[in-house]
Write a protein that binds this ligand. Structure first.
Ligand code: KIV
Ligand code: ZN
Length: 386
């Protein structure tokens, strides 16, 4: 059975760029867009063109530069937004307008001061207008995560009739549980007329730490596009992390869902985005964190030295990390010390290793981590002979 393709829609340059403290200039956005294309993403959401002249120019430049991926511009269900988005995408080889409106009770009442029927009318008008400019129109039902499923199905059906090619079901506030979000996608997949001719998309935020789990639940229930960002950057607690969903699908081939991402470029892309956005990656971040492939406790180190697979489910080279690392701390055992000593040229017999280990523990208790230069000094000070 061949795997079905999950489209990767990267919104690092739109939802990701909205984070406080991050300001990318146009050249930096172009560099990231080029890297995303190399990485193999299917859609690059390049920005929100009506939001500022700078964002308009960046979207236009990315549209002109990109040859393989679809380039997408965001708009609200507002005529001028859509016209400006269309203009910014004029030179895109594969342009997509992403337009939509809030559909949850609180969005309709408090944000839009509107009614459910008026929201459907605005959704239809927005999709129709976008369709007059481009073939590929994605509709988002903002706060779909907290929207009643029956009403959401009506909105989706109306958007499809108006010409939408992709239906984005955002969990805007990161509220849903995976079971709930998966059931929502399943409900739409089974109840919306015409849904099999369009692509259902997930767009999950991470307020409860569930963005990745929710996106996967969506894919397992019929979504064929996942919206995500590099390193999970995005509003508040962030968006679904691209590297996580991609590697989850790669690690579980029996799900028969896969992406076109060149995973060997994940580490380098993560580092580039982190550096340009001035957004450090937490060390324990899955897949791309500095500690994702490092082992520091004695039991784990002993296992990994005997066979990598004892404590590693991913070969680090698959995500572009040269090797796993054995970090020496006071929790490390003799096996790890012998392994590191050997790497730097010392092959001790049992007695010498025991002596070295006793001195090593004293040093490791004083300082958090023992590095190779410490080991050279230790061998010299203790007069240990290999
Ligand atoms: O989170 C969200 O609902 C969004 C939409 C604008 C797609 O980012
Ligand atoms: Zn979002």
């Amino acid at each position: 059975m061949t795997a079905q393709k999950i489209q990767i829609f990267d919104t690092t340059l739109r939802d990701g760029e909205q984070v406080p403290g991050c300001k990318l200039n146009q050249d930096e956005k172009l560099v990231i867009a080029r890297q995303l294309e190399l990485l193999g993403v299917d859609v690059i959401e390049a920005g929100f063109p009506v939001s500022s002249p700078g964002d308009f120019a960046a979207v236009a430049a990315i549209a002109a530069q990109t040859r393989e991926a679809t380039v997408c511009g965001l708009s609200r269900a507002v005529e001028n937004d859509i016209r400006v988005a269309a203009e910014s995408l004029r030179h895109a080889r594969y342009p997509r307008i992403h337009t939509g409106i809030g559909t949850s009770e609180s969005h309709i009442r408090f944000k839009l001061n509107s009614t459910p029927e008026q929201v459907i009318e605005r959704a239809v008008a927005a999709v129709k207008l976008a369709k007059s400019f481009v073939e590929d129109v994605e509709f988002y039902a903002e706060d779909a995560g907290r929207t009643d499923n029956e009403y959401l199905a009506r909105v989706c059906e109306a958007a499809i009739r108006a010409g939408a090619t992709v239906l984005n079901i955002p969990d805007t506030t990161g509220y849903c549980l995976p079971e709930e979000y998966g059931a929502k996608i399943k409900y739409l997949y089974e109840n919306v007329r015409g849904v099999h001719n369009v692509t259902l998309s997930t767009h999950c935020h991470n307020d409860l730490g569930l963005a990745t789990a929710n996106s996967i639940a969506g894919a397992l229930n019929g979504a064929r596009q996942i919206e995500c960002t590099i390193n999970g950057v995005g509003e508040r607690a962030g968006n679904t992390a691209l590297e996580e969903v991609v590697m989850i699908l790669r690690q579980h081939p029996y799900l028969h869902l896969d992406t076109s991402i060149t995973t060997q470029l994940l580490a380098e892309t993560s580092a580039m985005v982190s550096q340009l956005m001035c957004m450090p990656v937490q060390p324990n971040k899955a897949i791309v964190g500095a500690n994702a492939f490092s082992h520091s406790s004695g039991i784990h180190q002993d296992g990994v030295i005997k066979h990598r697979e004892t404590y590693e489910i991913i070969d680090p080279r698959e995500v572009g990390v040269a090797d796993s690392s054995i970090v020496l701390t006071a929790r490390s055992g003799r096996a790890a010390l012998a392994y590191r000593l050997q790497k730097i040229g010392y092959d001790f017999d049992k007695n010498a290793l025991n002596k070295a280990y006793a001195s090593f523990l004293q040093l490791a208790d004083r300082q958090k981590e023992v590095v190779d230069t410490d080991l050279h000094m230790l061998v010299e000070q203790e007069n240990l002979v290999a």
